[in-house]
Each structure stands twice: as C-alpha cells, then as structure tokens.
Design a protein around this ligand. Sequence first.
Ligand code: ATR
Length: 286
Amino acid sequence: MTTTPEIKDESFPTHPPLAGVLGWPIAHSRSPLVHGHWLDRYGLEGGYIPLPVHPDNLENVLKTLPKMGFVGVNVTIPHKEAALRLSDSLTDRAALIKAANTLIFREDGKIHADNTDGYGFLANLLQEAPDWRPDQGPAAVIGAGGAARAVVASLLESGVPELRITNRTRLRADQIRAEFGAKVVVYDWAQAGNMLEGAHTAINATSMGMTGKAPLPVPLDALAPETLVTDLVYTPLMTDFLKEAQQRGCMVVDGLGMLLHQAVPGFERWFGQRPEVDEELRQAVL
Ligand code: ATR
C-alpha cells in the first residue's frame, strides 16, 4: 500500500459524494439497488449509478470520474483485471486475487484498488452459519476463475488447513497452487466428487447451475452432513447443488449474501457509514 501523503486537488467537487459500478454491459448489476437501499435507509446525501463503459474507454473514464465528484466505483466484468493495472496503489488481497472490484478515488486524484469479494464470501458464511469456522477442516473449491481466486485467498488467509480445488481447465487450478502454495491440492475434474470426502466446507465457484446454464456435473455422494455447502451462483437462489446438499443433511448458504457483503467496505469508505446486511436488504435486492 502507498504511504504518499494525499494533497487535495481543489478542482475536484466533493459534495454530495457520487459512486457507481462500471461494467460492459451493466444493466444486470444489482449493486445500484444495494447502495441505493443503504443511501435511503441511512438518509445520506449522494448517489450510486450504473455506468456502462466500453473497455476501450475505461482508462479515460477512470481519469475523468474524480473530476465530476465521484469518490470511487465498483468494477465488474470485464474490467476487474484492467482496473487493477490502471490503479496507483492496491491492497494485498487485490494483488493476490489479481483483480479489483472496488476503487477508491483519493483526494489527490490517485486510484486505490481493493478486492472485497473474498471478504464478502467469508462475511456471508460467518453471518449465516455463525458456528462455522474456516480453519476447522479442509475446504473443497469447485472452479478456478476470478471468483474462485477470491474465495481461495480468503480461506487461506483465515487459516484453512487444506484447500482442495478442481477445475474443468486444470491449468487454472495448477496456477492457483503455484501461486498460493502447498496447502492447495489440485484434483482432476473427473475426480471432483472425491474431493468432497471429509471436507468441512464445499463451494461452487463456477458459473454452472446458473439459470440458463448447465447444472454442476460433480457427484455429491461423498458429501457428509457435517459439510457446510455454499454456491457463488445466486440466480436461482437455491441451485440444484445446494438443494441436493440440503437433501443430504448439509447446512447450505446461498450466494446472494456474498454480493451484499462485498459492497460493505466500499459503501463505508465512500459515504462514511458502515452499512448493515440484513433481511430487509436481501428482500430489496430480490
Ligand atoms: P468468474 O470471474 O465468475 O469466476 P471466470 O473467471 O470466467 O468467471 O470463471 C468461470 C468458472 O466457471 C471457471 O472455473 C470455469 O471453468 P474453466 O476455467 O474450465 O473455463 C467454470 N465454468 C464455466 N462454464 C463451465 C462448464 N460448462 N463446465 C465446467 N466449468 C465451467
């Protein structure tokens, strides 16, 4: 993280603070609903808007937004990696994940990048399953894309003793092992079901099971009722993966909470109020 002192650029408007989410396309994003709900609930001045930005324009847009009173933005597909490259400083977790989802525009015009996806993942599980602890046994992660990297980083940081991972494209799982170290054990995609045996936590971090996509092809026979099971997919809220795990006696946590919790650090930084993730917010977003 940088320690350069911030010298305020007096040409930047500061009130009311504006934030938003940059993506291409962006119409599907639920972030404006989440932040809008909190702005209303806490009676705060400011705004949060969806900003459709083509990849060719990302650099220019990021330079311009602070001059218009924006204090930061969330970034989503396809900008998460590019946003990291265009930032002046970054948190350790953003560096590990190699992607940013939250940008803070400092008063001197510099961009600070963070990634709160792993934080959101853990905060969701800790809220929904208060007795669960990541360090109590092996975790089994299905998938090795951007979202999986955030999950892996957060689990390792919280002391998971063993992190099993599998991915259709094995190379991406091997890369995660090479970067994140010896606690990571790669399973072949064809053997994915085996890694669930004795797992304390099981996570679908692929996009499979999402409405309109093929279901997750991993057999769940080895899943024991003690395993906490979660899915990053939240459309539908109860994926087939979660339904089957529940039928096997597992506690399950849906993925909507991760989306809500990952928004907390950005909102707090931009609008000065730490917001609550509760049932009222879930209903507003649903
Ligand atoms: P995200 O940032 O949401 O993680 P991503 O980086 O594109 O998006 O990763 C998507 C994940 O879903 C990957 O693990 C991907 O597997 P590959 O690395 O082999 O592409 C997985 N995935 C998507 N569609 C899949 C399918 N039909 N079968 C198996 N895995 C799939």
